[in-house]
Design a protein around this ligand. Structure first.
Ligand SMILES: NC(=O)c1ccc[n+]([C@@H]2O[C@H](COP(=O)([O-])OP(=O)(O)OC[C@H]3O[C@@H](n4cnc5c(N)ncnc54)[C@H](O)[C@@H]3O)[C@@H](O)[C@H]2O)c1
Length: 280
């Protein structure tokens, strides 16, 4: 029973090193913090140097082992250099959380080729680059776990978000390919699909509308639980999938959405109900 954790759900990462892309803010920052608290040494790869530095400063002050590399995940040479630096610093790599992402809007007619490419370069190529360099490092470390952050928009679509929706769908495919190709080399790959989460990305999107609170309130109503999610709630799911407690789980998706995907026709439709006519 080699893989049986000591107690039923003892999630720990002592002696393990993890990379979190987009770890300076939002879901990535909460994940970096969670993995640190569970004993991992964490490297944040983020293009926002100031935010990454501030996050690492906080983690180190709390007594954790953390570092950052300024890196645009869309640029292969940046990612290669960042992983080289992480391996030099920590010697091993066991966990990759591929999380860096941007939100862009437009239907296919209104989306410029530049916005399409930018969206795919960050989400899809960024994940390709991160896994391309993480997996050899994990193999050299005896195995590891990849967790890719997609979205409920990996299965469904929001209006006016064609490039984002397509990119999030693509991440499910990358995850399944990695899971299959490396299953027998002790590498697992899974996807987390969040609903609406309270992050800087959400607030930036809400502010575009001119009435941000209205947007947040209507997002809350979309979820069966009646609220949006907290970054820590996604970080918990990521930590579980990255841990030995998920040792027989690979190639799957874990939806973390407060019930967003449950109601046929959406929550508003559920509230109105189905007009059954006069049954008398
Ligand atoms: N917030 C939500 O409601 C929500 C829902 C579903 C999925 N997601 C996904 O979760 C992930 C994190 O989202 P968030 O809401 O925390 O976003 P956020 O904007 O709050 O934080 C994203 C982080 O990624 C970094 N980043 C962006 N582009 C990068 C690049 N090219 N290279 C390196 N770093 C880069 C940013 O600097 C930032 O630190 C994204 O992939 C997003 O699509 C978010």
């Amino acid at each position: 029973m080699d893989h049986e954790p000591d107690s039923a759900m003892n999630i720990r990462f002592d002696g393990k090193a993890a990379v979190v892309t987009g770890g300076a803010m939002g879901i990535g920052a909460a994940t970096a913090k969670k993995l640190c608290k569970l004993g991992a040494s964490v490297a944040i790869l983020d293009r926002n140097a100031d935010a990454a530095q501030a996050m690492v400063h906080t983690l180190v002050n709390e007594g954790h082992t953390a570092s950052f590399q300024v890196c645009d995940v869309a640029v292969e040479s940046d990612v290669r250099r960042a992983f080289d630096a992480v391996m030099q610093r920590y010697g091993d790599l066991h966990v990759l959380v591929s999380n860096a992402g941007i939100q862009r809007y437009g239907d296919v007619v209104g989306t410029s080729p530049e916005i399409w490419d930018e969206t795919f370069n960050v989400h899809v190529k960024g994940c390709f680059h991160a896994t391309k360099f993480a997996i050899p490092a994990m193999l050299a470390s005896g195995g590891g776990a990849v967790v890719v952050v997609s979205s409920v928009q990996g299965f469904t679509a929001m209006a006016n978000s064609a490039a984002y929706v397509a990119a999030k769908h693509a991440l499910l495919g990358i995850t399944r390919s990695i899971a299959l190709d490396f299953a027998q080399q002790n590498i697992r790959a899974n996807c987390v699909c969040p609903g609406t989460i309270d992050t800087p990305m959400l607030h930036r999107s809400a502010e575009r509308t001119g009435s941000p609170q209205k947007v947040i309130d209507s997002c809350s109503r979309m979820h069966a639980m009646g609220r949006i999610g907290r970054t820590e709630e996604v970080a918990n799911a990521i930590a579980f999938l990255a841990s030995d407690c998920a040792s027989f789980i690979t190639g799957t998706t874990l939806v973390v959405d407060g019930g967003l995907l449950i109601p046929t026709g959406g929550m508003a439709f559920q509230k109105i109900g189905i007009d059954t006519g006069d049954e008398g």
